[in-house]
Design a protein around this ligand. Structure first.
Ligand SMILES: *[C@@H]1O[C@H](CO)[C@@H](O)[C@H](O)[C@H]1NC(C)=O
Length: 210
């Protein structure tokens, strides 16, 4: 009798473990971040190379002149002079150049003659504002600083590419970058004409992504 009970118990445990690991795999497959996971590079397109932007460390202190190198990607293949600029916002993960050659937004870019950028989020991937991730340095990791990064980057790119006055910028983001896209439009309306904010939690609270 006791053994039967033990057997049933173990079977139950086994099934639970199976279920949990399957759930975990499902989450990983879809990416808890949803849109953040880059689409597979099915067509094996060559992807654009890393580019580097000299970014301010602390946007809240005009007197703080420290800078760092922020990674970005460009796809200018579809740009027609006078067309819009599409800005893909990087999130809490490594930015993938695969986004620069596939996905709906690239189709929209072709349709509208848009210039495309993707800016990696500070402290992720290859974009390291500080030499380490000590608590002291993590004060520079905030969505406010990330939004200011976007604005600074956009202004510099408008100059670098000699974009005509009145060029319309459209921000794209999914999940946390979707939140950033909406907040960017809210906080910097003069920098961005529209924002596509996909699957974005909008009410910021502690650990709000979970
Ligand atoms: C831009 O995307 C298109 C479509 O995938 C691709 O053919 C082209 O090579 C890309 N351009 C650059 C500079 O990566």
């Amino acid at each position: 009798m006791y053994f039967l009970f033990l057997f049933a118990e173990m079977l139950l445990l086994f099934l639970t473990v199976l279920l949990v690991s399957e759930l975990g795999a499902g989450l990983r497959r879809h990416g808890h971040h949803g849109l953040l996971l880059p689409p597979p590079n099915v067509h094996n397109y060559p992807v654009p190379p890393d580019q580097w932007f000299t970014q301010k460390l602390d946007h809240s202190q005009p007197g703080d002149l420290r800078t760092w190198q922020q990674r970005y990607f460009t796809n200018d293949t579809f740009y027609r002079p006078g067309g819009p600029v599409f800005l893909m916002i990087g999130g809490e993960g490594t930015a993938s150049p695969v986004w620069m050659v596939t996905g709906s937004w690239i189709e929209y870019a072709q349709e509208h003659g848009a210039l495309c950028f993707q800016l990696e989020h500070r402290f992720y991937g290859k974009s390291h504002p500080t030499e380490d991730m000590s608590v002291k340095n993590l004060r520079y990791l905030s969505s406010e600083q990330a939004l200011a990064d976007l604005a600074t980057f956009s202004a510099a790119m408008a100059e670098k590419h000699a974009l005509p006055e009145g060029t319309k910028w459209v921000a794209f983001g999914g999940s946390y970058p979707g939140s950033l896209a909406a907040w960017y439009r809210l906080k910097y309306p003069h920098m961005v004409h529209a924002a596509v904010s996909s699957s974005a939690p909008l009410v910021a609270k502690t650990n709000f992504l979970w």
